[in-house]
Design a protein around this ligand. Structure first.
Ligand code: ADP
Length: 212
């Protein structure tokens, strides 16, 4: 198993060296990096613990290949966001919080995308945003949804050609349920093309296993 770790520049370099020259001794890695063995040791422990490298006594370090070469990784790198994206649920910035919440329920979605007057992505409203506005006593029938949304430029997005693994990583890293699938127009604004969600990933996982 490869445990997710954020690699430092030095660790990425060590992986490159081992990929090219493995099996290779710690001493040889150290000399290529012009580092002492003592300075190299903690990096090697991280990389062996994370599963990127393996160490064989008297043979040396070698690259497990589990990160980029595993079957699952390969499959997920081939599938693009455009292959699994679904229809977005979009409202205008000036609709009321109440009406936006009704859309959320009727369209059976967890996140609503909000567009400005120009029709481009302006914000995102999640279930929790609606709950917060209720708890906060918002007058939901009169307050525009624009008041409670997370606003551009703080929206994490994906694009049709991004592979699903990178998009899934964004969902985990930013702890959100969905990413608007967008295309950047010449004016720098984002046109909404779809949504990529935790459900997209779950569905894909089941499909890849040949179930359903
Ligand atoms: P929930 O609120 O149901 O837990 P999320 O985890 O998706 O759903 O949302 C948490 C917060 O992150 C909300 O305030 C929401 O507006 C915001 N958010 C949701 N999706 C995105 C996104 N793609 N980019 C930036 N912020 C987002």
């Amino acid at each position: 198993m490869v445990v997710k770790v954020d690699l430092t520049e030095r660790q990425a370099k060590i992986i490159e060296i081992v990929k090219r020259n493995g099996p290779i001794s710690g001493e040889d890695i150290a000399s290529q990096l012009e580092l002492s063995r003592a300075a190299l040791r903690p990096h090697l422990s991280v990389l062996t613990m994370s599963g990127h490298l393996e160490a064989r006594p008297r043979v040396g370090y070698y690259y497990t290949g589990k990160t980029e070469n595993s079957l699952v990784t390969k499959a997920l790198r081939k599938i693009k966001v455009k292959d699994v994206k679904r229809m977005p649920v979009v409202v205008k910035e000036d609709v009321s919080v109440y009406d936006a919440a009704v859309s959320l329920i009727l369209e059976d979605t967890g996140t609503i995308y909000v567009v400005g007057e120009d029709g481009y992505l302006a914000g995102v409203v999640s279930r929790k945003d609606f709950l917060k506005s209720c708890i906060g006593g918002t007058t939901t029938r009169s307050m525009p949804v624009g008041f409670i949304m997370t606003r551009m430029p703080n929206i994490i997005t994906t694009e049709p050609e991004e592979d699903v693994l990178d998009a899934a990583k964004k969902i985990m890293e930013y702890q959100v349920d969905s990413l608007p699938v967008v295309r950047e127009e010449k004016n720098g604004k984002l046109k909404i093309l779809g949504r990529f969600t935790k459900t997209s990933i779950t569905g894909l996982m089941i499909e890849l296993c040949g179930e359903m």
